[in-house]
Structure formats: C-alpha cells, structure tokens
Design a protein. Structure first.
Length: 229
C-alpha cells in the first residue's frame, strides 16, 4: 500500500492505493494458479485493478470540485467505486453518498480511504450488470449517479445505461467519465435513444502510476458527460 494526495480542484483527497500493480497481479496468479477457463474467468474478476487511481476518476473528481452546487445536500450513488475518489469527494462537498462495487476487496480499501479523509460513506456490494441483484439499492431515488471508466465489454453500453437510469430520481443527473474506450460511442447512442440530454467536458489529468513523478510526466484528455432528461 501507498498513500497519495489527489488535488481535485481546491479539495485534496488522501488515498491508499496499491504500491505495485504488477507485483499484486503476479502474487494473485501464484496464489490461485488457474487451470480451467472457469478458474481463469474467476481470477480475472479478482484482479485488483480497482486499487489504483485511474485518470477517469481524477477527471470526474475535478468536474465535481468545480461544480459543488450540483452535489451539495443531495443524495447520490457511485457504481464501480473502486478506491472511492468520487464518492469521498461527494461526501466532502456535502452529499449523502452510497458507494457500490462488485469486487470483494473494495470494502476494505474504501473504509480505509473514507477514514483517511474523515468522511462517512455508505457501501453496498452491487454488480450493475445485474441491476436487481442487491436489495439495498433504492431504484429511482438518487439525485445524481456517478460512474468512471466502466465500459470494458461489448455488453456494457446497454447494461450500464439502463442500470444508471434505473437508479436516477426524477430531475436527477448522471455523470460519466471515460478515457475514450471503444464502447463509449455505443453508450452515448443508447443515452440519446432513451431521451437523455448530454453536456460534455474535457479535462487533462495525470496518468495512472504509483510513482508521483511518472504521473506528472504525462497528461491525458478524459471526457466527462452530464446526462439529464
């Protein structure tokens, strides 16, 4: 583990993250040594990719820090929260936030990061590709929904858009950040088909690395989208 300070606008966020992702993946493969396709698929689900700070989380955090009134005193939910940067920022701004993720190790990291930033975050395990899988999720009640860098598979655009719409309260907004993955275009088309209005923003943020000097060497553009009906 290592701690870093993320400067999301005027609000610093302290985060525990994995010190060396390559080493963590090697140790996971040595521990489980998959021999069948099913075991390999399960191992892929257990990979701790969530435990690093991704550019899309940084971009969404920057967007939020510059528009605090969109989140202050409102109720929100983050899907695929990972280390929890957007959720922690929402709590610091003054929102009531529920963080969700499907990875079994996320609660440990999120609890440490929430404590490090002295905020309260509610958590529920939830796989957004199965929107009805968790009784603790309250559909149609959240003023805002957060998601960063979650479009990895062909089935994700439709699944994601319908899951996020399922969560949103009337008059609410969805905030999605994406580094330009190949399935983004399909997701945007699905939002449009369902009648969402879209606003787009671009932020140039640091790359992912456990070494601060490496993060500062590279900047990449990440889009943040606001969807509302």
């Amino acid at each position: 583990m290592t701690t870093t300070i993320e400067k999301t606008g005027s609000i610093p966020i302290h985060l525990w993250s994995i010190r060396n992702m390559d080493r963590a993946l090697d140790e996971l493969c040595e521990k489980y040594a998959p021999e069948t396709p099913e075991e390999e698929s399960r191992l892929l689900d257990l990979c701790p990719y969530f435990a690093t700070i991704w550019p899309s989380a940084r971009a969404l955090g920057t967007f939020m820090s510059e528009r605090k009134s969109l989140f202050n005193k409102k109720s929100g939910i983050e899907v695929g929260c990972g280390l929890g940067l957007p959720s922690i920022l929402a709590a610091k701004i003054g929102a009531s936030i529920l963080a969700t993720d499907f990875h079994p190790d996320v609660p440990f990291w999120l609890e440490k990061n929430a404590a490090l930033n002295e905020v309260r975050i509610n958590y529920s395990p939830w796989d957004w590709t199965r929107p009805d899988s968790t009784p603790g999720i309250q559909p149609g009640t959240y003023d805002f929904v957060l998601a960063s860098d979650v479009l990895y598979e062909k089935r994700h655009p439709s699944d994601l858009v319908h899951a996020l719409r399922h969560l949103l309260a009337p008059g609410g907004s969805i905030y999605l950040s994406d580094p330009g993955r190949s399935y983004l275009k399909a997701a945007l088309a699905e939002f449009e088909r369902l009648g969402f209005q879209r606003s787009e923003f671009v932020f140039h943020v640091e790359e992912s690395s456990h070494l601060p000097e490496h993060r500062l060497e590279k900047k990449r553009p990440v889009q943040v989208f606001q969807f509302s009906c």
